[in-house]
Design a protein around this ligand. Structure first.
Ligand SMILES: [Zn+2]
Ligand SMILES: [Zn+2]
Length: 287
């Protein structure tokens, strides 16, 4: 844990915030979502105050502050994801989940904070959703503007590299002068998983996440205890099956004899998913 952040001041600050972060998580776990978000808001203002007073601090420290800020954003999106799941706003919860994953990747890229608990859980949660086809959009734009210096990020005038941190701020490429949409493709591994074929929140596609939602809402599974999904095949009696004599014509209308047709169809295979809970409680969560 000692090198989770590269500056001691940032580590000390994170240490001071930790009890409150746990408090926010405990509130989410109890489904008191607004309470948890309020705690996080307070922590974010603390970070802002610290940053305002650190104008002359080192690059490393400012970049560490940025990471801690993203970590807080992650916890907030994590809460929002579960809140949407509990309220059965499944499409919204998918977008919050993707936001949470993006933030988690940033925290991982710029620090060694232990995020393994969350990483395992949210990646597993992703599998509860029905999405497997995504849209990918190709467009022509005039140029990408650097979020830090405002110049064309691909030009010589901009000294920044997209996605790098500079004194506690990330250089992002902002689309300028969208010229035209070239194409929309359907792909399995998109850059942005928010571009999905959308389903109604009450549709059968959300069967699995809806089941999870009711387990959480009824407190049969606590949020922090959600462990993983276990996919398996099961055989169940075929409701259409009719036992005939071997040489009779099959009931299915194929015109064949039963013994050559549906005789072996008394049970059908179906996909089965178990939601497996961990019973570690909040103490297991490394925050
Ligand atoms: Zn720049
Ligand atoms: Zn048949």
């Amino acid at each position: 844990m000692s090198d989770a952040l590269c500056t001691q001041e940032a580590l000390d600050l994170f240490g001071k915030l930790r009890p409150s972060i746990r408090c926010a998580l405990a509130a989410f776990n109890d489904q008191c979502f607004p309470d948890g978000q309020e705690v996080l808001c307070g922590l974010k203002s603390q970070i802002e105050l610290v940053r305002d007073k650190s104008a002359s601090a080192s690059d490393d420290y400012l970049n560490n502050l940025w990471v801690v800020d993203r970590y807080l954003d992650f916890i907030s999106k994590y809460g929002l994801t579960w809140e949407s799941i509990v309220n059965q706003h499944f499409s919204d919860s998918w977008c919050s989940l993707q936001d949470a994953l993006d933030l988690l990747r940033l925290v991982k890229r710029f620090s060694r904070l232990d995020i393994s608990f969350f990483e395992d859980q949210v990646i597993e949660l992703e599998r509860a959703y029905p999405y497997n086809v995504f849209f990918s959009i190709g467009a022509t734009v005039e140029y990408f503007e650097c979020s830090l210096c405002g110049k064309n990020i691909d030009s010589q005038e901009c000294p920044h590299i997209q996605g790098q941190l500079y004194r506690g701020a990330m250089a992002n490429a902002i689309v300028r002068n969208f010229v035209q949409l070239d194409h929309v493709a359907m792909v399995a591994h998109p850059r942005d998983k928010r571009c999905v074929v959308s389903y109604e929140d009450d549709g059968k596609q959300f069967q699995l996440v809806r089941h999870l939602s009711s387990l959480i809402a009824n407190r049969q599974c606590r949020i922090l205890d959600f462990g993983h999904l276990k996919f398996s095949k099961r055989f169940r009696p075929n409701p259409d099956y009719r036992k005939l004599r071997r040489n009779e014509q099959c009931y299915c209308g194929s015109g064949k004899k039963f013994k050559y047709c549906c005789i072996a169809m008394s049970h059908v295979e179906s996909d089965h998913v178990d939601i497996i809970a961990n019973r570690y409680g909040i103490d297991h969560v490394a925050v």
